[in-house]
Structure formats: structure tokens, C-alpha cells
Design a protein around this ligand. Sequence first.
Ligand SMILES: C[S@@+](CC[C@H](N)C(=O)[O-])C[C@H]1O[C@@H](n2cnc3c(N)ncnc32)[C@H](O)[C@@H]1O
Length: 328
Amino acid sequence: MKNDRYNLTEYRTIHVLKEEHGTYQVSPTPRNPGDAVINGDAAQVMQVLHEHSVQAVVTSPPYYKQRDYDADCQLGNEPTPEEYIRKLVGIISACKSVLKPDGLLWLNLGDKYLNGKLLGLPWRVAIALSESGWTLRSDVIWHKPNAMPASIKNRPTTDHEYVFMLSQGAKYQYDADAIREPHVTFTDASKMRGGRGHFGKPGGTPEAGKNKGNPNLHRGRWDQAFHPLGRNKRTVWSIPLSKCPEAHFAVFPEKLVENCILASTRPEDTVLDPFCGSGTTLLVAHRLGRHFIGIDIKKEYCMMALRRLNAVQRELPFAQHPSQSIGG
Ligand SMILES: C[S@@+](CC[C@H](N)C(=O)[O-])C[C@H]1O[C@@H](n2cnc3c(N)ncnc32)[C@H](O)[C@@H]1O
């Protein structure tokens, strides 16, 4: 199978944000602006990216007081939660200039206990973003079935984070069919099934309602009366945490990123992660035939992302011998 896009690409160039005579530029200039890993501060890099060139942003910024990345301009170590919120909202708002008007932004955030008090940071950020003009369209709960056990005895153990889906208005690109999930099939024991007196009677049909007369609603076949690709995606996503042996921070599970990218982009669209870390968003975008831009303040994480991209590239069934760098 021939695919020119994968034929000539090897990801081996990090583009670095440089300041010259008071203005910033990315150097070397990416040959394809929609495939680049850029080392720099997200807020500054965003100023030099092409306007409205990105269809979706999928990102997981540093959480408040979670880790010291030991870099100037790093996010997460502000003296107060309020300052963290202000800085994060500033960076997310800067995404607007690069995001297409019908593009979506997916923001993964976890909360923090400080002096025994839960700060409620994900919602404080979401409300601040709403107030700054974003439209909050969904609050997905990422449930982590393999979350680390904790020795806490006076409250439940936290095993979820949020993924906020934000748009810039009422109209945006969203493909519900791309992420449908299996229907729940009702069993003999199901209340819904038992709630209808006609169930279990051969040849019986619902007497009333929108499915009146539909024989498929019998013998646990409710699902067949609904959308053939499955039911619309729900807001609780149960996805195990992923491990990336090289990374010292939590990496995105690929499945979570996949849901976001499939729902909000088409092949050849560009996906941006302004806090790309080990590059999970970029890998998934690439695997799904989308372009990507990753930004990270730490050069070693940009290198890690490139290494992972090259490994994915080699695994792709149609990859041929890479002979050319995308970055020159
Ligand atoms: C939680 S990690 C992201 C992990 C990523 N989702 C993955 O799958 O590997 C957050 C990243 O943000 C980066 N970072 C912190 N402050 C930044 C800033 N101001 N601009 C760009 N990147 C920043 C950190 O270096 C770190 O790699």
C-alpha cells in the first residue's frame, strides 16, 4: 500500500523558538507547518504559528503544584491557585488565534489537595474559560480503573480527572459517529425490559411510543432499534492509565486522545498540543493520518516525542525507508 505522506518523513528535527531583534521565530522553519515539534514556551510559540491552521487542540497542561519541570516560564508552580488559573487561561486563550473558528479544544485537568482541602481547580479553570468567551460543551469524566491505591481513610480515593470540551461558538466540527460506543443490551433481568408487559411474548410488539410495532425490541434486542453504529458517546470514559517508561510525568492514554481526535478532526487536519510532553497526542494524530504540532518547554521531552514518533512511523504498515526529514 502506497502512502506518500508516510513515505518521506522521519521525525528528527526539533524546531526551536528563537528571539531575534525583539521578535520571535521558529527555527528551522518547518517544511510542513502542520508537522512539527517545537521547543519553547507555549504562550510565545502560539504567537508565531499560522492563524486558524489547527482543527483541534488536545492537551494536558501541568497540574498545579504537581511537578517542577525546572524550566523558565513553566506552568504549574505559581505561588497561588489564582495565578495558575490566570496563566493557564491566558495560554488556552492564545490557542484561539491558531484554532479554526469551528475547531474544538479538549483540556484534560486533574485536581489538587492543598492543606487537606480540595481546590476544585478543573472547574475553576473551566468557569474562567467560559467567562473569557469559550463555550463549555462537555465535561467528560476520565475514570481511571487502575488508579494508584492510596492509604487515605477519611475520604474516597480519587480515580478520575476531567476532559473539558470547549468550542468558540455554537457551530463546530464534531463527528458523533466516529466515537459511538456499544449499545447496552437489555437482559431478562433488566428493569427496562421487565417494564414492558409485552416482553417475552413471541410476536409481541410495543403498544405505544416511537417504537410502536417494532418486533426488534424483544428478546434483548433493544439495541437493534437504535443507531447501527452504537449509541452516542457518553461522558464517562473509563480508560486505564498508560505507562511511558521514559517519562517522569503522567502521559495521556492513547485511547483518550483517540476519542478527541476522531470526534473533532478529519484526516489531514492539524492537531495541536501546546504541552506535548512525551508526544502522545502527536503519535495518535500521526497514526490517524492527521498532521500535528507539539510544543514543550523542555527540549528533552521534545526529543522523547521525536523518538516515539519515529518508533510509531516504523510500525505503520505502509512505512517505507524514511529518507528525508520533515524539518530540513
Ligand atoms: C503533564 S505533561 C504532558 C504530558 C503529555 N500529555 C504526554 O502524553 O506525554 C505537561 C508538559 O507541559 C510542559 N510545560 C510546562 N510549562 C510549559 C510551558 N509554559 N510551555 C510549554 N510546555 C510547558 C512540561 O515540560 C510537560 O512536558
